[in-house]
Ligand binder design. Structure first.
Ligand SMILES: NC(=O)c1ccc[n+]([C@@H]2O[C@H](COP(=O)([O-])OP(=O)(O)OC[C@H]3O[C@@H](n4cnc5c(N)ncnc54)[C@H](OP(=O)(O)O)[C@@H]3O)[C@@H](O)[C@H]2O)c1
Length: 211
């Protein structure tokens, strides 16, 4: 698959690197050309250039930028993103007095804002629940049961592409409904990161129920 990565930070490196290792053609697009070139070299990307070039590169585009920037970036590149699968890994978070808070109104999601900003794009919310370092672990590092990547999508073709990306990394896809449920996945990140920063282990909160 051809994947244009928009951003050159931690998530661009982690996901772009994992997809390059899985055999996909990854293109790194950054507003800092030197950073894009350096990251492309580091992860073995097929090419590098501007965010505009990344948006126009492949079947899939990854928005790996701050949540507050993502809708405007999608709007700027809406024409190029039309018809493509746009993966949104952002988390709209901000510090609050009691811990991590959502920086978006309850019930709203960055994924939906991206969809509204680029109406022809097929937005998929995914990859926002684990720290960037986790995606850099090799396939098989988690034992017999691969961890899951919840994703929300409205378009079946886009969902299928993201399933292929997830399984190619050695993870397990977890369909979590349409884009109208992306707000729940984003709020789950606020919960989990809040627990994690407080020294807890959020995954321990979800044991299997008895059948
Ligand atoms: N880090 C994690 O563990 C993690 C885990 C899950 C989800 N996320 C989410 O993933 C997203 C990216 O996080 P990150 O950790 O990769 O952030 P990061 O390391 O700070 O990198 C952000 C990237 O976005 C670029 N950028 C910012 N505004 C831009 C704009 N208007 N146009 C083009 N590029 C722009 C930055 O470019 P410059 O360098 O030029 O500023 C930088 O390359 C965030 O929404 C975050 O909440 C992060």
């Amino acid at each position: 698959m051809r994947i244009g990565v928009m951003g050159t930070g931690a998530m661009a490196a982690a996901l772009g690197g994992a997809w390059a290792r899985a055999g996909h053609e990854v293109f790194v697009g950054g507003r800092d050309g030197a950073a894009a070139a350096a990251l492309a070299g580091r992860i073995g990307a097929a090419g590098h250039g501007s965010p505009a070039a990344a948006a126009a590169y492949g079947e899939v585009a990854l928005l790996a930028v701050p949540a507050g920037e993502a809708p405007a970036l999608a709007r700027e590149h809406a024409a190029a993103l039309a018809g493509r699968t746009v993966v949104d890994c952002t988390n709209p978070l901000e510090p609050g007095p009691g811990g991590v808070m959502l920086s978006i109104a309850p019930g709203r999601s960055v994924a939906a804002l991206i969809g509204a900003a680029a109406p022809g794009a097929h937005v998929v919310k995914a990859f926002n629940l684990a720290h960037s370092s986790v995606w850099e672990r090799p396939a098989g590092a988690f034992g017999a049961v691969p961890p899951a990547v919840p994703f929300c999508a409205d378009d079946a073709g886009a969902a299928g592409r993201v399933v292929e990306l997830i399984t190619g990394m050695g993870w397990s896809p977890m369909p979590a409904g349409g884009l109208d449920r992306a707000a729940y996945v984003e709020a789950t990140a606020a919960f989990a990161i809040g627990v994690w920063w407080a020294g807890g282990s959020p995954r321990l909160a979800f044991p299997e129920a008895l059948a």
